[in-house]
Design a protein around this ligand. Structure first.
Ligand code: ZN
Length: 94
């Protein structure tokens, strides 16, 4: 069904899977235009594969966005807390 529908819809202005993939990737770095968002939306209405890929990419992007810019430090921890952490790490320092 998908193999038949997507080429037909592409002729009607719905983007191909290749173009949807490009838009999904670009959306991680930049805001899509309204037209691009609509193209991706309409493609996703007919293509479960790209819809799933889009979901995975956006959830990964959200997780990466929550990572701190700087690696966590032990500054602000008490010496006792630092000792306990060091003991749990097997005496290694990072
Ligand atoms: Zn697709």
């Amino acid at each position: 069904m998908r193999k038949l529908m997507i080429p037909l819809l592409t002729r009607c202005g719905v983007v191909s899977c290749r173009e949807a993939d490009r838009l999904i990737s670009r959306r991680l770095d930049a805001q899509l235009t309204w037209r691009e968002q609509m193209a991706l939306f309409w493609h996703g209405c007919f293509c479960a594969t790209c819809r799933r890929y889009s979901y995975q990419q956006s959830s990964t992007g959200q997780r990466l966005g929550r990572l701190p810019e700087e690696p966590p430090t032990t500054a602000g921890f008490s010496e006792e807390a630092k000792s306990k952490m060091k003991a749990r790490l097997g005496g290694r320092s990072y």
